[in-house]
Write a protein that binds this ligand. Structure first.
Ligand SMILES: [Zn+2]
Length: 153
């Protein structure tokens, strides 16, 4: 598709704002293929979820990826109780204070948050038209490891 005339991204990505995270490079995709939404801690905030709804509803995107990453500063800050409210307080920590566990848990929890905040996305996920996956990018290797996913029908 000519980039100037439109877009048909294959996936909507909810990524951390961290400067070391680059979905196009990690997933080896050219411009026009990924609808990338970024916020510290890859939290599906209402604005992020509305952006993803646009991709699903208007651009035909059928895959949503919640993309955590190793050594996440936002999750580290949440783990150290640096924030009692606001965005960072929404980070879903794991039962144990292990950073990697918390990063994985926060990404996985993103799936539930998206479904809770968007009846529209919940409907297309339930019908099997759209899948949400969550995973963690290893900053050192660039590898993306899946931690959770919704089922396709
Ligand atoms: Zn981060």
């Amino acid at each position: 598709m000519n980039l100037a005339t439109g877009q048909a991204p294959i996936a909507a990505i909810i990524r951390c704002a961290d400067s070391r995270v680059a979905p196009e490079i990690v997933f080896d995709q050219p411009l026009g293929k990924l609808f990338v939404c970024g916020v510290a801690g890859n939290i599906p905030t209402p604005e992020i979820v509305e952006s993803v709804e646009y991709a699903v509803g208007h651009l035909g995107t059928t895959l949503i990826v919640v993309m955590g990453h190793s050594n996440c500063g936002a999750v580290t800050a949440a783990l150290q109780n640096e924030f009692v409210d606001g965005l960072f307080a929404q980070i879903a920590l794991a039962p144990t204070p292990d950073l990697d566990d918390c990063i994985a848990n926060n990404a996985e929890q993103g799936i539930a948050t998206i479904l809770a905040r968007s009846p529209m996305i919940e409907e297309v996920v339930k019908s099997g038209e759209v899948q949400i996956v969550a995973g963690v990018q290893d900053i050192a290797t660039g590898e993306f490891e899946l931690v959770a996913q919704t089922q396709l029908n």
